[in-house]
Design a protein around this ligand. Structure first.
Ligand code: NAD
Length: 357
């Protein structure tokens, strides 16, 4: 996938990307390298992150790929050794299903390691960057911080008034770290940007452990000739096919928005918040199947099986039908076309799939 990435602030010479071996991490790396040929990238994950395919040897040299378990504090220091890091994309994590089934692991990664990374970034700033602007710190949160009685299919989240009632360990962890990043920013230790991501579609590779994984799966698996289970409906006639709103963003838009967040001047944020609900679009299971058929043909429908899953339904019962994007749009973030965005994302996925064969 080729990207045009927003211009980074001029002082940014070295960028740390955590979770760089993951779905978004790989795309952020590729986007940064393609658009910023003078910026050095430190890419880290549990295993050394792959260098994204299709780069020139000069571009490859911009990436230092390092293995580090960020749950282990001492390994964080090694990432900063001999460097002057100006910008951090903190993307590593255990997704919602994984952190629900393994509480200890979820908190160790989704809370403890993020707090350690923030603390070490602050220490690094004091030691190596005295007199320089604070490290810009982009934290990938999630709309999973929302839930509870205000979040029903007919509700629209207003970032100023909808309370945070996360209903999973994943969502609680995200809310905890959001507060850390906010307070570290308020104190001037880092220059934070907290991004609540909608579900990113169409995700390539294997299904993730997220409860929302089926959204990408309904397109990805049939296009790959594999069965995909729709866990929110028992048949195409199930009312959930039209009443369940799923809030999504395309890969291209979210990658651009994540990088763009690092370019927004700190003065644009109100004193009390560094949080942005990234703009998404709301679609439905029926529209997803329609996109699959438009992109892949009528016969792809035969790969979709309908089987309600009580666990997934319990989570989706508190997915709000929409999110008010006006604040994010006023800051210059982008949004997919509400009418055609999911179809375009499905088409892009199909083209990538064909190009990779
Ligand atoms: N993709 C989405 O739809 C979506 C939606 C909302 C929020 N987010 C958030 O965006 C971020 C990136 O998402 P993604 O889809 O790329 O996730 P991903 O699961 O593909 O990547 C996460 C990466 O974190 C790494 N990781 C896990 N534990 C680690 C540890 N102890 N030390 C170092 N690395 C570790 C994993 O190895 C993995 O490569 C995550 O924080 C996620 O919660 C993603």
């Amino acid at each position: 996938m080729s990207f045009s990435s927003p211009e980074l602030p001029s002082h940014v010479k070295t960028v740390l990307v955590t979770g760089a071996g993951g779905f978004l991490g790989q795309l952020i790396l590729a986007s940064l390298v393609q658009s910023h040929p003078t910026v050095q990238l430190i890419a880290t994950d549990i295993h050394p992150p792959r260098i994204p395919a299709g780069l020139s040897s000069e571009e490859e040299k911009l990436i230092t790929s390092l293995a580090a378990d960020l749950g282990d504090e001492s390994s964080i220091a090694t990432l900063f050794e001999g460097k002057k890091v100006d910008l951090v994309f903190a993307l590593h994590g255990i997704m919602s299903g994984g952190s629900e089934s393994d509480f200890e692991l979820g908190y160790r990664v989704n809370v403890d390691s993020h707090v350690s990374l923030l603390k070490y970034t602050t220490k690094h700033s004091k030691l190596e960057r005295a007199g320089s602007p604070a490290v810009v710190y982009v934290y990938a949160s999630s709309q999973a911080v929302y839930g509870g009685p205000k979040c029903l299919p007919e509700a629209v989240v207003d970032p100023d008034t909808t309370p945070l009632f996360p209903e999973s360990s994943y969502g609680v962890s995200k809310a905890i770290v959001e507060l850390y990043v906010y307070d570290y920013s308020r104190r001037g230790f880092v220059d934070g940007r907290i991004l609540r991501l909608p579900t990113v579609c169409v995700r390539s590779g294997l299904p993730s452990s997220a409860a929302s994984s089926f959204i990408s799966g309904l397109v990805r698996e049939p296009l790959n000739g594999q069965v995909s289970v729709c866990p929110v409906a028992d048949s195409p006639e199930d009312p959930n096919m039209d009443s369940l709103g799923v809030h999504v963003t395309s890969v291209k838009t979210v990658v651009k928005n994540i990088i763009y967040s690092s370019t927004v001047p700190a003065s644009k944020f109100p004193a009390h918040s560094r949080t942005i609900n990234l703009p998404g679009i709301t679609t439905t299971p029926r529209k997803i199947i329609e996109a699959l058929v438009k992109v892949g043909g009528e016969d792809k429908k035969k790969f979709v099986e309908y089987k309600r899953d009580a666990q997934v339904l319990a989570i989706t019962a508190h997915w709000p039908g929409g999110f008010d994007p006006s604040y994010a749009l006023s800051l210059g973030f982008g949004q997919d076309d509400p009418e055609t965005g999911f179809l375009t994302a499905s088409q892009t996925f199909k083209e990538e799939l064909e190009a990779s064969k």
